[in-house]
Design a protein around this ligand. Structure first.
Ligand SMILES: C[S@@+](CC[C@H](N)C(=O)[O-])C[C@H]1O[C@@H](n2cnc3c(N)ncnc32)[C@H](O)[C@@H]1O
Length: 300
């Protein structure tokens, strides 16, 4: 078998990693520079539509002014960086992310939108040198739950903020409260192996579900005025059941689950998923509940 194309692909992915990545964050860097990052680029517009009820809540909490210097942690394809740049028309926004492909997309979006005040850097926010007190505001939309050493990461983020500067981020509450995940996975469960979201507290989407942990981390990193508010907003899943199924089955996690099943199980899984999505279709398309924390704090 000719494996040269495989070697070529691996080489490309290694070349895409940031120069400095904390040892514990290498697996995340590889994932976000591989299938996960490519999926997020492909589905950028869909993801933005998914978050359309959540993003305004974050932006309102971030307190960005026309001249603010803003840091967007785990900015991905730049959706919130562009929003921040619109608010900071005379300021500057830096989006930082592990993912080369997602940052390439973010740069493209910023150029198309005519927002040169938004710039992007590839780096690991846990260790990246942002400079001391270089920002007035730090925000993140679901980009702060993946650190191997969250204590070090939030200290590094605090160091980048000026005293009195504001931190605002969204992170997920427990999986069980997030119907946008439990409902599709319950439909798939009779046919395929369940997904693995990692152990509680481990780096992953639900690592900051515990509010006591959030407070401990932020107090230890040098923040006060910490507030943690529940946000319960519908998550838009697609224009109709076919669009929702197409988007869900494009995620690397569901693709792997379906690929491991035999043909009959796969057909059953897809039919069950479509049936469930149709049951949640309303005038705005398919929607399911989501549960996140909106966290705000001030740098001491
Ligand atoms: C769930 S995605 C959210 C992306 C983006 N904030 C959005 O809302 O579209 C999580 C993002 O965090 C980034 N990320 C994870 N760990 C990171 C780290 N240590 N440093 C910088 N970015 C990180 C990933 O590369 C990914 O783009």
């Amino acid at each position: 078998m000719d494996r040269s194309s495989e070697r070529h692909t691996d080489g490309d992915r290694a070349a895409r990693l940031p120069e400095e990545v904390a040892a514990g964050n290498t697996a995340q860097a590889e994932a976000w520079n591989g299938d996960d990052g490519e999926y997020w680029v492909r589905q950028r517009a869909h993801q933005e539509a998914r978050y359309r009820r959540l993003t305004p809540r974050l932006m309102a909490a971030a307190g960005i002014r026309a001249d603010s210097r803003v840091l967007d942690i785990g900015c991905g394809s730049g959706g919130t960086s562009l929003e921040a740049a619109r608010a900071a028309a005379e300021g500057a926004v830096l989006g930082v992310d592990l993912s080369g492909p997602m940052l390439a997309e973010a740069r493209k979006q910023a150029a198309t939108a005519g927002l040169p005040q938004a710039t992007f850097a590839q780096g690991d926010a846990q260790v990246h040198d942002f400079g001391a007190a270089a920002f007035d505001a730090v925000l993140s939309r679901f980009g702060v739950m993946f650190f191997a050493d969250p204590e070090a990461a939030f200290r590094n983020i605090a160091h980048a903020l000026r005293p009195g500067g504001r931190l605002a981020f969204l992170c997920w509450r427990d999986l069980a409260q997030n119907a946008y995940l439990t409902v599709p996975f319950e439909a798939l469960a009779p046919y395929v192996q369940p997904p693995d979201f990692g152990a509680p507290g481990e780096p992953g989407p639900f690592s900051l579900a515990d509010t006591a942990r959030i407070r401990t981390l932020l107090e230890g990193a040098g923040f006060d005025g910490i507030s943690v508010d529940a946000v319960d907003e519908p998550m838009w899943m697609g224009t109709d059941e076919d669009d929702a199924v197409a988007s869900l089955t494009d995620t690397p996690m569901v693709r792997k689950m379906l690929a491991a099943a035999d043909e009959e199980a796969r057909a059953g899984a897809l039919a069950a998923l479509r049936h469930t999505m149709a049951a949640h279709r309303g005038p705005d398309g398919v929607t399911l509940g989501s549960a996140s924390w909106l966290v705000t704090a001030r740098r001491r």
